[in-house]
Design a protein. Structure first.
Ligand SMILES: Nc1ncnc2c1ncn2[C@@H]1O[C@H](COP(=O)(O)OP(=O)(O)OP(=O)(O)O)[C@@H](O)[C@H]1O
Ligand SMILES: [Mg+2]
Length: 453
């Protein structure tokens, strides 16, 4: 403690009583001896008081410093050392205030952290933008979706225009962006200006929702309607054409009439098949969220319907090889739909397989690493399917060779139906094909859960 300050405080305390004593001696109201003793006592007392005062005020300064640094233990220690009662009371008040402030700061910090966690874990990518429109923060979804490409996303003219509108008008602004990097995708950006700005200086947020799937579904739906109408229009146009011919030029030509009626019946059957398949597909789709619960013995179904293929096998001089494992575990399945899968796959093997070749139908237990269940497979030794077609084979109306499929009465819906049945059964369809060697369709079906008590 600086001595000058100590003396200054002592002088401030003692100056008035000492002056009074000197005045009393000067006017003769007090004897010099006792007055000098009084002065000595006052000076000694003032020195002691000044010592306590300066020490305690220095401790108060230390207390405030501890409060600022949030050091509760050191603060309590310094407060306990204060001697002068008014300063001790002040120290206790500071201690209480410091505790309240620390509590509030902890609460605010917790709230901030909770908000940040929510933002970070939002499933949609979210960017917090600084006033210069650079990224102040990006949540986990944004980092995962765009990574190092975030600045490129922010440079997108559509997003920049939405930001301009948001700053000009306030309120959320939406922009649809087509992003070519890192993978082509369709993103819907919702931009909002933050008023007041965030504590970290963020002035706007951009939520970037990936809409690629929805857009693909929309496109697929539109394609589906176009494809279905096209598939119906072709036989319908042919029917109308023949009706006109029968009414006009061929009105009296009996042999031509017989031939045309045969073709017309074929076209009408084709339309009928197409409509049946479409209805079937939509029925399966409607029940897709509801997996079947019935325990079904797949082996029995295979054995039962194998005989029904005989006439068609004979027509193409093909043979059927059956491999049904003994004691197959039952699967949770819809027997009619499993039958439909077999029908569609064997039908394809018969239509596109090698004339005089073999169709192998197997139902065997799934082998690890596949989960427990049964694998139902249909394989042929036909011309196979080129690799580039495999991913699209289960799309509705997708045909490798349209002409050949049509000529054999195909609607292009058989494998789409198989895929939807597989997905309703929570199963897995795999297609393996080698050109010139043949194709194998395999459907893994999960084992039925053991019966309840
Ligand atoms: N075993 C196979 N070998 C070679 N190509 C096949 C085989 N199975 C299917 N394909 C090809 O996949 C396409 C789609 O098959 P899908 O069963 O969905 O339709 P489709 O047989 O043409 O008509 P549908 O089954 O509705 O009568 C077929 O057109 C054919 O080109
Ligand atoms: Mg088919």
């Amino acid at each position: 403690m600086p001595p000058g300050r100590l003396l200054g405080v002592a002088a401030a305390i003692a100056c008035l009583p000492v002056l009074v004593l000197i005045l009393l001696v000067a006017t003769g109201a007090a004897a010099p001896g006792p007055a000098l003793t009084g002065v000595a006592v006052v000076v000694a007392g003032a020195l002691l008081l000044a010592l306590a005062w300066t020490r305690d005020t220095a401790r108060l300064v230390a207390i405030l410093r501890h409060a600022e640094r949030n050091e509760p233990l050191a603060l309590a220690h310094a407060a306990a050392a204060i001697r002068l009662p008014p300063l001790a009371r002040l120290a206790r008040a500071i201690e209480r205030l410091a505790r309240t402030l620390a509590h509030r700061a902890a609460e605010a910090e917790q709230r901030l952290r909770a908000t940040e966690t929510i933002l970070d874990r939002l499933p949609d990518p979210l960017l917090v933008l600084a006033p210069d429109r650079s990224v102040r923060r990006a949540n986990a979804a944004a980092r995962a979706a765009f990574g190092a490409d975030i600045p490129a996303v922010l440079r997108h003219p559509g997003l920049r225009a939405a930001l301009d509108r948001a700053f000009a008008k306030g309120g959320p602004q939406i922009a649809d962006l087509s992003l070519p990097v890192p993978v082509p995708r369709e993103v819907q950006a919702t931009v909002m200006v933050l008023d007041p700005p965030l504590a970290d200086g963020g002035v706007a947020i951009a939520v970037l929702s990936d809409r690629s799937r929805e857009r693909a579904v929309e496109r697929m739906r539109a394609d589906f309607v176009a494809n279905a109408s096209h598939e119906l229009r072709t036989p319908l146009a042919s029917l109308i054409g023949f009706i006109d011919t029968l009414r006009g030029p061929a009105a009296d030509d009996k042999p031509a009439q017989k031939r045309f009626l045969g073709i017309m019946a074929e076209q009408a059957q084709r339309m009928n098949r197409l409509i049946d398949d479409l209805l079937n597909l939509s029925r399966i789709e409607l029940s897709e969220h509801q997996p079947p619960a019935e325990a079904v013995a797949i082996g029995e179904i295979v054995q039962r319907i194998a005989a029904s293929f005989e006439p068609r096998l004979a027509a193409r001089r093909m043979r059927l090889e059956l491999d049904v494992a003994e004691g197959l575990a039952p699967v949770a399945a819809d027997a009619d739909q499993i039958e439909q899968v077999l029908q569609n796959l064997v039908d394809n093997a018969l239509k596109y397989g090698r004339e005089g070749g073999a169709v192998r139908v197997a139902a065997v237990p799934a082998r690890p690493p596949a989960r427990p269940g049964v694998v139902l497979s249909v394989a042929d030794d036909g011309p196979g399917i080129a690799r580039e077609h495999l991913p699209r084979l289960t799309e509705r109306f997708y045909r490798v060779d349209k002409g050949r499929s049509r000529e054999r009465g195909g609607t292009g819906l058989g494998l789409a139906i198989v895929k939807h049945i597989a997905s309703r059964h929570r199963g897995q369809l795999t297609i393996e094909s080698e050109e010139g060697k043949g194709t194998t369709f395999a459907l893994w079906l999960p084992a039925a859960p053991p019966p309840g008590p």
